[in-house]
Design a protein around this ligand. Structure first.
Ligand code: NAP
Length: 262
């Protein structure tokens, strides 16, 4: 059975697509897309992007572009997209705001006194998805096409994690931004997907650098209990959630949630 929200000629834009969950979304979704669809993959590492592009299903087109999303301006993002596609060619745009970094996990909230560090962290993790979303909505404003927006969120957007003040607050702010967007644009299908704990570089960074001993203990217990998901597992669940459409636009849906979510 196909996935309605991925049907038609789709322009699929994924940030942070050079590895981890972003790469897996690109690979899995590409196999579900119709001929005439196109992927645009963004991240820092060109080699990683090429590695993802090589795994994309051959019946769809793919472009990739290395870009530092922490510093790219709205105009630069717009140019990258316009170089890759003509919006009029698509029935649907699917944007996956996947990019993220953990931030410094050595610090308690009382030690986070560096404005520059805060700004850089929020530039990448909060402002860049918001700006990219605005750029894409403008480019597709006068085009008859369906809009699907997936923001990769986290349980850390709703549950505090010690020594993770940058990550938790960034995830919470980013998720609320996409809830506001969902409310303003009822014609868009917006999902805040929380993927569970997944074996990626981000996970390794957390495991290896979180300073709080309680958080260290929790993560090692999860590893011992075999509770760390693969990227395939979480992306297959995402596909299931998209297929069944049992969430209200803007909802936070976790890998482990039982649906429907009102
Ligand atoms: N893994 C988990 O357990 C987990 C749990 C909850 C939520 N999530 C969320 O799931 C999403 C994907 O996470 P992941 O675990 O797959 O992370 P990951 O493997 O560390 O991948 C992060 C991606 O972001 C890109 N990136 C980082 N800084 C960038 C920058 N300045 N400009 C452009 N691209 C940049 C990386 O590109 P380069 O390779 O080019 O550096 C990479 O493609 C994130 O939103 C994360 O918060 C993950």
């Amino acid at each position: 059975m196909g996935v309605d929200v991925l049907s038609g000629k789709v322009f699929l834009l994924i940030t942070g697509a050079s590895q981890g969950i972003g790469r897996q979304i690109a690979v899995t979704f590409s196999g579900l897309l119709e001929k005439g669809s196109k992927l645009l993959l963004l991240a820092l590492d060109e080699g990683g992007l090429k590695g993802t592009a090589d795994k994309i299903s051959k019946h769809v087109a793919v472009d990739f572009k290395e870009v530092d999303l922490a510093v790219a301006t709205a105009d630069q993002l717009s140019e990258i997209i316009k170089k890759s596609i003509n919006p009029a060619q698509f029935d649907r745009i699917v944007i996956v705001h996947n990019v993220a970094s953990m931030g410094d996990l050595s610090k308690l909230s009382t030690d986070m006194a560096d404005f520059d560090y805060w700004r850089k962290y929020y530039d990448l993790n909060v402002f860049s998805p918001a700006v990219l979303n605005s750029v894409v909505m403008k480019l597709f404003k006068n085009v008859e096409c369906k809009k699907v927006v997936i923001n990769m969120t986290s349980h850390a957007a709703v549950l505090p994690v010690k020594c993770s003040g940058y990550y938790c607050s960034g995830k919470a702010a980013r998720e609320m931004f996409f809830k506001v967007f969902a409310g303003e644009y009822p014609e868009a299908n917006v999902l805040n997907y929380s993927p569970g704990t997944v074996k990626t570089q981000l996970f390794d960074t957390f495991r290896d650098t979180v300073a709080d001993e309680g958080e260290q203990k929790k993560i090692h217990e999860m590893i011992s209990n075999d509770q760390i998901l693969t990227t395939e597992q979480t992306v297959n669940r995402l596909v299931d959630i998209l297929k069944n459409q049992l969430y209200k636009s803007g909802a936070h849906v976790d890998y482990y949630d039982k649906l429907p979510i009102a």
